[in-house]
Design a protein around this ligand. Sequence first.
Ligand code: UDP
Length: 311
Amino acid sequence: MRILITGVAGFLGSHLADRFLAEGHSVIGMDNLITGNIRNIAHLAGRDDFLFIKHDVTNYIYIDGPLDAVLHFASPASPIDYLRYPIQTLKVGALGTHNALGVAMKKDARFLLASTSEVYGDPLEHPQKETYVGHVDAIGPRGVYDEAKRFAEAMTMAYHRAHQVDTRIVRIFNTYGPRMRLDDGRVVPNFIGQALRGEQLTVYGDGTQTRSFCYVSDLIEGIYRLLMTDFHDPVNLGNPTEMNIIEFARLVNQLTQNPAGITFQEQARIAGDPQQRQPDITRARQLLGWEPRVSLPEGLEMTIRYFRKLV
Ligand code: UDP
């Protein structure tokens, strides 16, 4: 297959490029590099099955030649990134998704949208099934991301229904691993960076909020399988092992042997920060025969090893 990946220099985009190239496909990668990092794809430079195009997908996308699949992964994805780039976040979810769908339709390619557990907002149903319609504050600080992705899902289903585009939607829950930006502000790089510098880990709020962390190789496997199905409704992918942020901080300190402990930053928790989050992955299990294999301590060890070289 010849595949277009938007957001190819990002954390997930770059791992997807590696996976599809390893399977013998060829990849065209696009990124405007506002939150992506060119170093994530530096090892692909010079390959004749990989082409990088620096482009902002909120503008018209032109691709020469045929395409078999479009994977739309371009978007800021960390709360501090989308607070820094609120308009770009809305535009890439809306205009970027429209353009990416347009290319898929023109090339008769299948399309996969990177959506998010944020479409559930601060959920009132727990764990979250794909049928849950969410609890989102459109005008809160996280609204720019949540609503962009909700619009992106609506646009994807509209292209599927109106133009018969062969679409998929993956709702990605918290995922971590090598190639996250150390300064992207999310809890995994923040805590590991702080721990490796021997600092206290900054727990926002009272730390009772929960998350469920999935290692990147598990997520990539699920996305690969989803692209190979012909299922059009959204599919949750994530690791259902849930813990609160205090427990998570303790685990990071334990694995890094950081004696500095934790510090509570009550004010740092932004409005609408979900109190609990855990994917119900029944659909992915049944449809894809998929489930996460990498435990949190194993995945964190691999991630810590990566960040050690950067701190
Ligand atoms: N968080 C924290 N300390 C940090 C960064 C984040 O306690 O240094 C919390 C944050 O308030 C949220 C959770 O960790 O409740 C996960 O945050 P992240 O930014 O990783 O992504 P989210 O899941 O909120 O999109």
